[in-house]
Design a binder for this molecule. Structure first.
Ligand code: FAD
Length: 465
């Protein structure tokens, strides 16, 4: 559905114009926008609050080990062409991601959703969750390939996942099963649009991970930008004036004020609300910043001595869902069988599940994840040595996992979210048609750059400069 532009010019096009641009945030959107603008001759400075680049692409490694815990993005769907192309340009190796679902039914029956069929409608009884879904979305799939993106959004952004399934005659029991099997029980109230995007683009079928860790992508991009990324600069104020724009940052050494002709703002909207904005933001923009719904996500990794789970799961790895608090366990492919330590994504949660995990201490997260894992793999608790976890809702520089719209929000808020204000252009996954993916962040950066470049590709909206 999307119009993919080549990234071949990234960092290599000859400069033809010198204007000062401040890019706020060194996540994927900020780094890609900065690279493209530098390639076009702009004088770019990237201001990043953390002491690392990558934002929500965040890999943590065990000291002295190759084992990586992906706290944010962990997979790249095969058809995310911009992201795959970036990895190719940086010479990164893509390995298969263990996307398959293993042991789902067993974990469900163990965790309380019994095999009763009395609550199921007649047509649901002979089908599993996946074939019920496939049957239900046949006409939507036709729309996906037939309608323009705008028409598709207008038609299908009105309903939540739950509302859509109800409108198609699903019983409450079948909806409950769908929520558990697809990990969406805590996000059934969000727009069904994301569910369609991911189903029809086969996002979960074939995916890759980056050999060595996902953070090699942002770190590779930042290396190409060399000295123009300033870490430890927390943006506190943006003043959009008549003669230019000023951005004040807080650093360990005190406040620093930067002046520029343009700003590319990639800060997640919940964070942007905490920044002091001086200038005339339109009511539509202010509403989008306030209202756009961000989901929560929490990941808990357990460090184990031996991968005892391979008895039940097998060496290929994959995902298991359950109604228990851990919700989803993502088993890695066992490349390191001889290793003396292993990292397992024991619990990956969204929505209110993730908020509940966010309320727990690290020790409590380890205890609860171990308890639930023990149900599936008796004896595994004896192997647990420690845990590392991250709750994105409590992350000061994200304040949420990603933009996952409520029904109608893509239709009603996205244009306002993207629209430039004065000298500020907006980018980030929340300003794209693929929110919650690296691909969306890259797409939004390309779109932002297209708005800024004097010779804009057809379709770019940029008469504001
Ligand atoms: C748990 C989780 C799992 C995910 N899984 C996947 C996946 O498997 N595959 C996939 O493709 N995508 C996945 N994503 C989504 C993907 O990580 C994001 O869409 C993408 O990384 C967002 O990039 P961005 O540049 O828009 O935002 P960010 O990465 O958030 O970049 C914004 C930057 O701004 C900085 N910042 C914030 N406040 C300030 C401030 N005041 N001053 C200066 N700097 C500031 C932040 O530190 C950050 O570096 C996942 C995300 C999460 C949270």
């Amino acid at each position: 559905m999307s119009d993919v532009r080549t990234t071949r010019t990234l960092f290599s096009a000859p400069p033809h114009e010198h204007r000062r641009v401040l890019v706020l945030g060194a996540g994927i959107a900020g780094l890609v926008a900065a690279g493209e603008l530098r390639a076009h001759g702009y004088d770019v400075t990237v201001l990043e609050a953390r002491q690392r680049v990558g934002g929500r692409v965040h890999t943590m490694r065990l000291p002295g080990s190759e084992l990586a815990a992906e706290m944010g993005a962990m997979r790249i769907p095969h058809d995310h062409r911009r992201t795959v192309a970036l990895c190719g340009e940086l010479g990164l190796t893509l390995l298969p991601f263990a996307s398959g679902s293993v042991g789902t039914r067993e974990s469900i029956s163990r965790s309380g959703v019994d095999a009763r069929s009395s609550g199921l409608a007649g047509w649901e009884r002979s089908r599993d969750v996946w074939s019920r879904w496939e049957r239900t979305v046949e006409d939507v799939r036709r729309d996906w390939f037939r309608l323009s993106r705008r028409q598709f959004i207008d038609r299908w952004d009105r309903l939540s996942i739950r509302g859509f399934l109800r409108s198609r005659g699903w019983s409450e029991q079948a909806i409950e099963e769908y929520g558990i099997v697809t990990f969406t029980e805590s996000t059934l109230g969000t727009s069904v649009l994301q569910e369609f995007r991911e189903t029809f683009s086969s996002a979960y079928e074939t995916a890759y991970r980056i050999d060595g860790g996902m953070d090699l992508l942002p770190r590779g991009l930042a290396d190409r930008l060399r000295d123009c990324v300033l870490l430890g600069h927390e943006v506190e104020q943006i003043v959009d004036g008549v003669d230019g724009i000023e951005v004040a940052t807080r650093t360990a050494a005190g406040q620093v004020v930067f002046r520029a002709d343009l700003v590319v703002c990639t800060l997640p909207f919940p964070v942007l609300r905490t920044v002091d904005l001086v200038g005339s933001f339109s009511p539509g923009k202010r509403r989008a910043v306030r209202q756009l719904h961000y989901d929560a996500a929490t990941k808990v990794y357990l460090q184990l001595r031996r991968p005892t789970w391979r008895r039940e799961v097998g060496p290929a790895g994959g995902a298991v869902s359950t109604a228990a608090p851990i919700r989803r366990t993502q088993y890695p492919a066992l490349d390191h069988l001889g290793a003396d330590r292993h990292l397992l994504l024991a619990s990956y949660t969204w929505g209110q599940d993730a908020l509940q995990w966010a309320a727990l201490s690290e020790n409590e997260r380890m205890r609860l994840a171990t308890r639930d894992l023990e149900q599936a793999h008796p004896g595994v608790s004896a192997e647990v040595e420690g845990s590392i976890s991250h709750a994105w809702s409590a992350d000061r520089y994200a304040m949420g996992a990603y933009a996952l719209g409520e029904p109608g929000q893509t239709r009603d808020l996205l244009d306002d979210a993207v629209r430039p204000e004065g000298r500020i252009v907006f980018a980030g996954e929340h300003c794209s048609h693929l929110p919650a993916w690296i691909e969306g962040a890259v797409e939004s950066a390309h779109d932002a750059v297209a708005m800024i470049l004097p010779r804009r590709p057809a379709g770019a909206r940029a008469s504001w400069l």
